[in-house]
Design a protein around this ligand. Sequence first.
Ligand SMILES: Nc1nc2c(ncn2[C@@H]2O[C@H](COP(=O)(O)OP(=O)(O)OP(=O)(O)O)[C@@H](O)[C@H]2O)c(=O)[nH]1
Ligand SMILES: [Mg+2]
Length: 203
Amino acid sequence: MKITQVAGFLGCGKTTLMLRLSRELAGADRKIALVVNEIGEIPVDGKVIEESGMRVKDIGGGCICCEVASTFAKTVYGLYKDFNPDHVLVEPTGVAVPHQVKMAARMSGRDAKIIMGPAIVLFDATRPGELLDMDMLGQLVTTQVKDADVVAISKVDAVDESQLETTTDKIRELNASAEILRLSSFTGLGLKRIQEIILQWKG
Ligand SMILES: Nc1nc2c(ncn2[C@@H]2O[C@H](COP(=O)(O)OP(=O)(O)OP(=O)(O)O)[C@@H](O)[C@H]2O)c(=O)[nH]1
Ligand SMILES: [Mg+2]
């Protein structure tokens, strides 16, 4: 059971990507579960998703990387015991810190056989200034980017090439080792690569 998180600041496109990804991954005879922390801009309709054979767990009441970390660990263990999916895709809240989410997921791993998948961090291409402004969100978003195994610059359909290059350079300065890719969940750009990364990740 591989646990992959789709993280990133509020509104960066996590749910939109998770829903597309889960459909693509499930297509090839794999069992998929989704864990969503908090209802965001696009609600996850668990019922509809479960009808397509996946399992969905909602966790509220706080952030899975801190306040409700133990609930998260128990949820992951419950999924392992009752459903035993090949992949668990996790959407933390927009303010979660990826390495703390990994730590919380590992707490379930004493009894469940888990492989830690990549921390995919989305960075919203339409508002780089605001996200990296150190007087505003910069501290948090910078930490998220530094923590990423993969940075997906999201919503690239909505910005031009020169803006994208500037944003990519800034991300590279923050994280020299992560793979940086361009994502549009609307056009499908980057989806295949993300799928490949998840499937091939060795933990
Ligand atoms: N242009 C564009 N907009 C997108 C894309 N993906 C998502 N959006 C839009 O961005 C907004 C936020 O998308 P969500 O998927 O709800 O983002 P989120 O990160 O889950 O949001 P929270 O859970 O509230 O943090 C919605 O209006 C989406 O339609 C994309 O690839 N391109
Ligand atoms: Mg969301």
